[in-house]
Design a protein around this ligand. Structure first.
Ligand code: GLU
Ligand code: MG
Length: 456
């Protein structure tokens, strides 16, 4: 139970006392970490003997070397100031503790820090009397790279047409999964369900929901830990949204609810409502629907994300991914599913998302729905994959963006979501994603060679 102790330690606010406690439990190093625009963690390894220094001044980095941090090679250092409430002792390496940081420059919060962007929305929600809780359902593939460079499933026997929940396939992977889930238990995250997912080679690990910042930090750590543990087996754990065109893609569904500012009382639950939702929950849903296209640019942030948000082409029979802007009850063809009373599941979010940005944008959109008293409209009960183009048109059902390029256009046009990101960061994000799209679009693919080369 190393981690439970460490989280206890993290409640100590005096850095000298925290250092002593960590040293007493055998921690020798800190991974003083933060993420940039893509959500990929960066870190410095700091001997725990220097914890007081890093607590005061942060760990220093050349921002331009990191990625998109709003800096050039001439800019002053960025400093990742650790938030010790996120302190997490590496379960496989208990002499090292990871900690998430908030980026500062010259002593001031830096507007290009995704964690800072989420904290700003959390503060805004608190001013309105709300706190935001989120649970995430991360899916991932376990893969291996062959000598010839090709990628195949880590478990070569995982070949059923409908592998979801398959007990024998799950059992062949017990060593990896029980190690991973055991670590989550040690960390005190309360994992409660794990399954073989709908694609060959794909798994999902679920743990208890928490305040949005805690869940975002944990999702960052979870991706890192899963990738490290897979690497130790010679495998790749991939959270890429759609690694195989014929298999179901990789979601990271967010289960969301608003609570009172103290986080004690849910404001989404109404036992008298058919779906168990309050008026505020319906207005939050309405906000997510109104801003759906712009939100996609954040929750589904890569070129590849849009190859997941389709309804055909999955070997298992369904992609289980949303295509239309809609909500409904316990129905997995919806963009927003209400699986039970008092919460809303957003199924657009994928494994490549930056959870800080995704949560900030979703919270801002939901709050906009509440502030403007927007109407969610009637819930959907149909199999959305079966609706004809005529029905979609006559009922005015909106389609999620088909490409990253379309999503970025929608983000550019959406003042609410852009201002949640902050004007400077939004501009940088839009420019970076346009560049990503153009780089992709300018590459001639094998599909084009196969379909055009000897035709035209
Ligand atoms: N893997 C599916 C997706 O891309 C979701 C499957 C599920 O419902 O858990 O969203
Ligand atoms: Mg799933």
């Amino acid at each position: 139970m190393v981690m439970t102790e460490a989280r206890g330690a993290s409640e100590i606010t005096d850095p000298a006392q925290l250092r002593q406690q960590l040293q007493d439990q055998g921690v020798r190093f800190l991974l003083s970490s933060f993420v940039e625009l893509t959500g990929i963690p960066k870190a410095k390894l700091v001997p725990v003997t220097h914890l007081e220094d890093v607590a005061k001044d942060g760990a220093g980095f050349a921002g331009f070397a990191v990625g998109n941090m709003g800096q050039g090679p001439h800019s002053p250092d960025i400093a990742a100031v650790p938030d010790f409430t996120s302190l997490t002792v590496l379960p496989w390496r208990p002499d090292v503790a990871w900690v998430a940081g908030d980026v500062h420059v010259a002593g001031e919060p830096w507007p290009y820090c995704p964690r800072g962007i989420l904290k700003r929305q959390i503060a805004r929600a608190a001013r309105l009397g709300y706190s935001f809780k989120v649970g995430v359902e991360p899916e991932f593939f376990l893969l291996r790279r062959e000598a010839n460079g090709s990628v195949s499933l880590a478990d070569a026997a995982d070949s059923l047409a409908k592998p979801c929940y398959d007990q024998r396939t799950l059992s062949r992977n017990l060593d990896f999964l029980t190690t991973l889930v055991g670590y989550l238990q040690e960390l005190g995250w309360d994992p409660y369900a794990n399954d073989h997912e709908d694609a060959n080679g794909q798994f999902e690990i679920d743990w208890a929901f928490a305040d949005c910042l805690t869940t975002a930090d944990r999702f960052i750590f979870f991706r890192y830990m899963t990738k490290v543990l897979a690497e130790q087996q010679g495998w790749i754990a991939s959270f890429m949204p759609k690694p195989f065109s014929h298999l179901t893609g990789t979601g990271a569904h967010f289960h969301m609810s608003l609570w009172d500012a103290a986080g004690d009382r849910t404001l989404f639950h109404n036992p008298g409502d058919p779906m168990g939702l309050s008026d505020a929950a319906y207005q939050f849903i309405a906000g997510l629907k109104v801003h759906a296209s712009a939100l996609a640019a954040i929750t589904s942030p890569t070129v590849n994300s849009y190859k997941r948000l389709v309804m055909g082409n999955a070997r298992s029979g369904a992609t289980w991914a949303p295509v239309y802007v809609c909500y409904g009850g316990n129905n997995r063809t919806q963009m927003l599913r209400v699986p039970g009373p008092g919460r809303v599941e957003n199924r657009t979010v994928d494994g490549a998302c930056n959870p800080y940005l995704a949560m900030a944008a979703l919270l801002a959109a939901g709050l906009d729905g509440i502030e403007r008293g927007l109407e969610a409209g009637p819930p959907e009960h149909r199999n959305m994959y079966e609706l004809s183009p005529e029905t979609l048109l006559s009922e005015g059902i909106a389609v999620l963006p088909a490409t990253l390029s379309d999503a970025i256009d929608a983000l550019e046009a959406d003042e609410v979501v852009r201002s949640a990101l902050g004007a400077d960061f939004a501009r940088t994000y839009i420019a970076a994603k346009r560049e990503e799209w153009e780089s992709y679009h300018s590459a001639v693919s094998q599909w084009e060679i196969d379909n055009y080369l000897d035709i035209y």
